[in-house]
Write a new protein. Structure first.
Length: 163
C-alpha cells in the first residue's frame, strides 16, 4: 500500500464527501439515504477537532479514503467514548487501506485518552465486521430491523474495543 495518512484539511472535504456519497447512494454501510451537501460536510468537519480527528489516506496527491473519530453521544459522561468511521474510495477496496486507516484511528484514540471505540456496522457488511474484528473489536449488540434503505429492513451490529 503506497498511501500516506495525514490529518484532513478543509481542502479535502470535496473528496471526503464524494467518497461518502457514493456509499449513501449505492450501499448500506451508511444509513444516510440522501447525499450530504458541501455545507453539511463542512458542519460535520467543524464538529471534529483535536479530540475527534479526521484523517485521510492519500495516494499520488489524491484522497482515496478517510476515517474519523466522532462523539459517541452528546451527554458529557460519554466524552471518552468515540465512534469510528472508515470509508474508502470504491476503487481502492481490498488493498489494506481500511486496515491502515483503522489502525491509525485506534492509535490516535489511545494518544488522545479515549477509553473505548465503537463501530455501528450494517450486519450485511462482512468486510467492515472482519476489519473491526481484526483489531480486537467484539460484538456487543445486534439491533434487528432498525434501518430501512433500498427497500429492505436492516440490522445494525455494534462492535466495541476497549483501549
Amino acid at each position: 500500500m503506497s498511501a500516506t495518512l495525514r490529518p484532513a484539511t478543509l481542502d479535502d472535504l470535496p473528496a471526503i464527501n464524494s467518497i461518502y456519497n457514493h456509499y449513501v447512494e449505492h450501499s448500506t454501510c451508511t444509513y444516510q439515504t440522501v447525499p450530504s451537501t458541501a455545507q453539511e460536510r463542512q458542519d460535520w468537519f467543524d464538529a471534529h477537532g483535536p479530540e475527534h480527528p479526521v484523517i485521510v489516506a492519500e495516494e499520488n496527491g489524491v484522497v482515496i479514503g478517510w476515517g474519523s473519530l466522532s462523539r459517541f453521544h452528546p451527554r458529557q459522561a460519554y466524552c471518552h467514548s468515540v465512534e469510528d468511521s472508515v470509508y474508502l474510495h470504491h476503487e481502492h477496496q481490498g488493498k489494506g487501506l481500511g486496515t491502515l486507516l483503522l489502525g491509525e484511528l485506534l492509535d490516535l484514540a489511545k494518544k488522545i485518552g479515549h477509553h473505548t471505540v465503537l463501530g455501528g456496522i450494517d450486519a450485511d457488511q462482512a468486510g467492515s465486521i472482519a476489519l473491526h474484528a481484526k483489531f480486537g473489536f467484539i460484538k456487543v449488540s445486534h439491533l434487528k430491523e432498525v434501518g430501512h434503505k433500498h427497500g429492505r429492513w436492516l440490522d445494525v451490529l455494534w462492535m466495541q474495543k476497549m483501549l
